[in-house]
Design a protein. Structure first.
Length: 170
């Protein structure tokens, strides 16, 4: 079974067309098709709900998302949170682990929490001989994840010509 842990920067790419979107969409859609077979799973920290919502709002404020697209992205994301992703709660221990991670690596607060939750999931999966791939579009966070022993992937390493609005509509 393949487990992918997606941070907010990766999740946004599923709902908003940007570099790496086609790859993220393929990854998430594959999980949706195979969920009945328990062959593939997408893990998402509960803090991503706030992070992704904030990202959509920022994209709207800077005129990258019109109001209808903003509302649609938010509604689809919230629906997917309840039915498509395995939502992982960040607990008290995760916040203390995040504080330590932020001392060791140049991470922002939410990035440190994302990494702490992913590391907890990684250790739990490793105990049952399963693996986790940490997916993010943030190079600093990916470097910290790799330093902590996680396998990683970056949507920016999988950019497609269909990732641009001009190409997607033609």
């Amino acid at each position: 079974m393949a487990f992918h842990y997606l941070d907010a920067s990766a999740l946004v790419k599923y709902y908003v067309l940007e570099p790496g979107s086609m790859w993220v969409r393929g990854l998430i859609d594959l999980a949706g098709e195979q969920i009945r077979l328990s062959a593939h799973s997408i893990l998402v920290a509960d803090v991503s709900v706030a992070e992704v919502s904030a990202a959509f709002s920022i994209l709207h404020r800077v005129n990258r998302l019109r109001r209808m697209a903003w509302d649609s992205a938010y509604d689809r994301f919230m629906d997917d949170v309840s039915r498509r992703y395995q939502l992982v709660g960040a607990g008290r221990d995760d916040f203390f682990a995040a504080a330590d991670l932020a001392r060791q690596h140049p991470l922002k607060a939410y990035d440190a929490v994302q990494l702490a939750v992913a590391l907890r999931q990684h250790h739990a999966l490793r105990a049952v001989r399963q693996s986790l791939i940490f997916v993010s579009g943030d190079k600093t966070l990916l470097a910290a994840a790799e330093a902590e022993g996680l396998a990683t992937d970056n949507p920016f390493d999988h950019v497609s010509p269909q990732d641009t609005p001009e190409r997607a509509s033609s």
